[in-house]
Design a protein around this ligand. Structure first.
Ligand SMILES: Cc1cc2nc3c(=O)[nH]c(=O)nc-3n(C[C@H](O)[C@H](O)[C@H](O)COP(=O)(O)OP(=O)(O)OC[C@H]3O[C@@H](n4cnc5c(N)ncnc54)[C@H](O)[C@@H]3O)c2cc1C
Length: 489
């Protein structure tokens, strides 16, 4: 393995004599970090509290070929680094680009489904927005000038300044429901969509700025943005990462309770000692071992890839420095996967899905046309939809038990898409704390994370609390965390 690159080989042999790194949290962020570290020759233990790896990512393979996604359904990939990871994992052949028809998206206005325009001419004639709203957008593209803001503001206020109220109500509001399950009146413009903030600074117009960002990415050899999944669903990614970890690295049912910096720890046999190396005693609950199973071990560095509530509970150096993160807003989201015989549905399902603006007062945030997006999600002759319910808009609905949820939501979906009769297959999953909301003032949470990291050498914190909520953002977070650990050695 080391024949072709003796320098890399020597470095990897040095690394392998360092004490192991503890990666805490077996979601996509922790898995990528653990895998990159072990690939670089570092000893690693990956601690996961539950009995499965993958965190929010979960694909089910049900009877007759139904394939519900209980977490993310699609990944919007824009970076070379993501594709490099897929290649390194040998996953390229199983990666699936969404059906090109998925570029077509729908919104509801006036109780009817309307296609989102995909061209300037389409934008001129669409009934989605009134003529004054269209004029306002055109004026922004032509005349908006660059702006450097001192103060953050809500995403809705930010977009209203550019495009007016109607755009916010009928375009931004449903888009934000589809991505964050959140409320644009509360989200921070600077943190929730940083590329829009940047577009205003560099180009004035958000539309011109985004076109320029895309062109710059392509000029620098970056890939075209692609909407992807895998033949076996999104969980293929986390399953492959978990399977690629060397034996003994991954510990399931192993919730970590505390991290304690250790001074004057006994040297690890055969390990290189380095002044810059911190030592941490990790205490975890080994649920698979009898008698309560509290265990502890010494590690060189610690990577935390946990949701906010878990970070808040963690005892670090005898205190709970991340306790303020308990206040991060995580609304609940129910994913209702419903299967029908194709003939039951009048709508052609010729696109990605349909999003519901809050003003339309529907019982759902959006409906994904799952079996139109990727093959293999429904048996032949059938169609699968994934209905997203709840978020900050309707948390009560998200928490309903399955039968009540279906009674409340499915008639509304059926009216919209022209569905006759009940589903032939259903799967319901509640994410009680689904997605962290980067609301106005979220900087105070980031400051808590930064203060904790700088107070403790050898402690690295990432994941969706800090680095972006999408799966590709979490992949990048895992890569960064691993690089930082390797950089300290
Ligand atoms: C319903 C839903 C739909 C989504 N849709 C999309 C989508 O379409 N596209 C997209 O890109 N993103 C989507 N997301 C967001 C994305 O899936 C998540 O932000 C991302 O997967 C988070 O990954 P993570 O590794 O940071 O955290 P997590 O996946 O939350 O993983 C953290 C892990 O830490 C473990 N843990 C907790 N406490 C401890 C402890 N004390 N010790 C050890 N382990 C612990 C947890 O059990 C968990 O496995 C969706 C999320 C949800 C919930």
């Amino acid at each position: 393995m080391c024949e072709s690159d003796s320098a890399a080989c020597a470095s990897s042999q040095n690394s392998s004599r360092l004490p192991p790194v503890a990666v805490i949290g077996g979601g996509i962020t922790g898995l990528v970090a653990a895998w990159r570290l072990s690939r670089a020759g570092r000893g690693v233990r990956l601690f996961e509290a539950s009995s499965r790896m993958g965190g929010a990512i979960r694909t089910l393979h049900e009877r007759d070929g139904w394939m519900p996604e209980a977490g993310p359904n699609t990944l919007l990939v824009k970076t070379r680094e993501f594709h490099a990871l897929i290649d390194d994992l040998g996953l390229a052949a199983r990666l699936m680009q969404a059906n090109p028809g998925a570029a077509k998206r729908f919104l509801i206005r006036g109780g009817r489904i309307r296609a989102v325009p995909q061209s300037p001419v389409g934008a001129l004639v669409t009934p989605l927005l009134s003529p004054p709203a269209k004029l306002r957008i055109a004026a922004e593209v032509l005349f908006a000038s660059r702006r450097e803001r001192a103060e953050d503001l809500s995403l809705a206020d930010f977009a209203r300044e550019h495009y007016g109220r109607e755009f916010v109500d009928y375009a931004l509001n449903p888009l934000v429901a589809g991505i964050y399950a959140g409320d644009p009146e509360k989200l921070s413009a600077r943190l929730s969509f940083p590329f829009l903030w940047q577009a205003e600074r560099t180009h004035g117009s958000l539309i011109r700025g985004q076109v320029a960002q895309m062109r710059a990415r392509l000029r620098q050899g970056g890939p075209k943005a692609a909407l992807i999944s895998f033949a076996g669903g999104v969980q293929t990614l986390t399953d492959t990462l978990a399977a690629a970890l060397p034996d003994g690295v991954a510990a399931l049912d192993a919730p970590v309770k505390s991290l304690t910096p250790v001074s004057g720890a006994p040297p690890v046999p055969g390990a290189r000692t380095s002044a810059s190396e911190a030592r941490w005693r990790i205490r975890w609950q080994d649920a698979l071992r009898g008698g309560g199973g509290a265990r502890e071990e010494i590690f060189s560095s610690v990577v935390l890839a946990l949701p906010a509530a878990a970070l808040a509970r963690l005892e670090i150096a005898g205190a709970r420095p991340l306790a303020p993160l308990a206040a991060v807003d995580y609304p609940p989201v129910a994913s209702l996967f419903v299967g029908y015989r194709r003939g039951q549905i009048a709508h052609p399902l010729d696109g990605f899905g349909v999003l519901a603006p809050e003003r339309e007062r529907r019982r759902f945030l959006g409906v994904l046309f799952s079996s139109s997006l990727f093959p293999g999600r429904a048996p032949d002759g059938c169609a699968a939809l994934t209905v997203m319910v709840g978020g900050t808009r309707q948390p009560r609905l998200a928490r309903l038990p399955s039968d009540e949820l279906m009674r409340e939501v499915l008639p509304d979906v059926s009216r919209l898409l022209g569905i006759r009769g009940g589903p032939v297959f259903t799967h319901h999953q509640l994410a009680e704390r689904a997605i962290p909301q980067y609301n106005l003032g979220y900087e105070r949470h980031l400051a808590v994370v930064e203060a904790c990291e700088s107070a403790h050498s050898g402690l690295h914190i990432g994941g969706h609390v800090r680095d972006g909520i999408s799966v590709p953002a979490c992949v990048a977070s895992g890569e960064r965390l691993a690089a930082r650990v390797l950089g300290e050695a």
